[in-house]
Design a protein around this ligand. Structure first.
Ligand SMILES: O=C(O)C1=C[C@@H](OP(=O)(O)O)[C@@H](O)[C@H](O)C1
Ligand SMILES: C=C(OP(=O)(O)O)C(=O)O
Length: 436
């Protein structure tokens, strides 16, 4: 049980270089594995999810060494993958699972994927069904869940229309399409994070996105060559401190080299709409956009968020709910049913845990309504991450709003995406206004 910091008197201060982006770290490993030659990854996120990807690729015979946040991959490409000795353990990582389903298409062996109790509940038909249109066979349980078997074989080019807005599904299809003989087209429901497209092009491939931002054309059989990737800071991790600094009086912090890819900055826009004080200074970079973000404490007001806003802040919705709980008025989030199939049912767990602070919050099948309040009243001092990293971190930030001593159950889940979260939070709390 972790005791949480509460009611800092001076707010949060100082500069922080947030850890590498989780989505980009996964993709850098996978691209390094299917490219020829040496790939170096710097500022890699050594969180449990990305380590699941790293170990799975090692089990496929790829040579990978890691020293802290630097990873070196030496590969002869996807054709050199070897049948793993045992089922690959995906741990808690949906991204590892779904992207690997596409990456393993076109091998000449069958691979079994297994996962932890949370991952075993998450839907996989959203990947196996569109992959079937490319001739790729993925067998799941009858419920459409893990364990899954991916049968390597020929990949047939096709045009595939996706009926769920998911970068994981899109990326699996892109990885599989690379193995076909003709170009494929993937049509998204709504634009989602495009790190796979950007990185494949950086490695020498050819992926084109049409002006509608939803139609992706994949040129097959590219010659992918190992690269040097410097992973930008993770907007999804930065977001915890952006919200913390906004809702805790006297705060003034700067987060450096954060990924500013517009498919990921939904939280920044939502907070700004709510009245947050955020200044972004772009930093020059090849490929992904990055910049420094300065956030000062501010008074917030309610907003509405609907389906079209969701993909760009999908993982930050627990934080939007927290910001809304501190804002004037009632915030309505709709079109967010995807939250029900994340590490936990994040609509239910966010509502359950924020109610422990006395917040008036209503659940809907596809979202939440949160009535903001300046007077929080703790009704239960034992918070629970429910083994969901993002919920755990959101609750640690929420705790800063109250004076009551609070504990967090299942705090270790935070290592899935941010192993040093509590150390970094402590740093920002220790810095004083004058002595940054
Ligand atoms: O592609 C990715 O790296 C991710 C995509 C999102 O999932 P979906 O594609 O299922 O929405 C997100 O929630 C997840 O944390 C990472
Ligand atoms: C949903 C998440 O990750 P994944 O789908 O990779 O488990 C997340 O990091 O919030």
């Amino acid at each position: 049980m972790k005791t949480l910091a509460t009611a800092p008197t001076q707010g949060l201060h100082g500069k922080l270089d947030v850890p590498g982006d989780k989505s980009i770290s996964h993709r850098a490993l996978m691209l390094g594995a299917i490219a020829q030659g040496k790939t170096t990854i710097d500022h890699f996120l050594a969180g449990e999810d990305c380590l699941s990807t790293l170990e799975a690729l090692r089990a496929l015979g790829v040579e990978i060494t890691r020293t802290n946040t630097t990873v070196i991959i030496r590969s002869a490409g996807r054709s050199a993958f070897k049948k793993p000795q045992k089922p690959l353990d995906m741990g808690n990582s949906g991204t590892t699972t779904r992207l690997l389903m596409g990456l393993l298409a076109g091998t000449n062996f069958t691979t079994t994927l297994v996962g932890d109790s949370s991952l075993q509940k998450r839907p996989m038909r959203r990947v196996s069904e569109p992959l079937a249109k490319l001739g790729v066979r993925v067998e799941t349980t009858e419920q459409g869940t893990l364990p899954a078997k991916i049968y390597g074989g020929e990949v047939r080019a096709s045009t595939v229309k996706l009926n769920v807005a998911s970068a994981q599904v899109k990326s699996a299809l892109i990885f599989a399409s690379l193995m076909a003989d003709e170009p494929s087209q993937i049509i998204e429901k709504l634009p989602t994070r495009n790190h796979t497209e950007i990185m494949i092009n950086q490695f020498g491939g050819q992926i084109k996105t049409a002006a509608d931002q939803r139609t992706i054309t994949v040129q097959p059989k590219p010659k992918l060559i190992g690269q040097h990737v410097i992973v930008p800071g993770d907007m999804s991790s930065a977001a915890f401190f952006m919200v913390a600094a906004t809702i805790i009086d006297n705060s003034d912090i700067t987060l450096t080299n954060v990924n500013l890819n517009p498919t990921r900055t939904g939280i920044l826009e939502a907070l700004r709409k709510m009245g947050a004080d955020i200044t972004v200074t772009p930093v020059e970079n090849k490929g992904e956009k990055i910049g420094n973000i300065r956030i000062k404490a501010a008074k917030l007001h309610a907003i509405t968020i609907d389906a079209k806003d969701i993909p760009a802040l999908i993982d930050e919705l627990p934080l939007v709910a927290l910001a809304a709980a501190c804002a004037d008025g009632a915030t309505k989030i709709s079109g967010a049913q995807e939250l029900r199939v994340k590490e936990t049912d994040r609509i239910a767990t966010v509502a359950m845990e924020l109610r422990k602070f006395g917040i008036d919050i209503t659940e809907f099948p596809d979202g939440l309504e949160i009535v903001g309040s300046q007077e929080w009243k703790v009704v239960d001092t034992q918070l629970d991450s429910h083994k969901d990293h993002r919920l755990g971190m959101m609750l640690a930030v929420a705790a800063l709003r109250v004076r009551t001593k609070l504990t967090l159950k299942n705090a270790t889940a935070i290592a899935v995406s941010y192993p040093n979260f509590f150390e970094d939070l402590e740093l920002l709390l220790k810095n004083t206004k004058d002595g940054d």
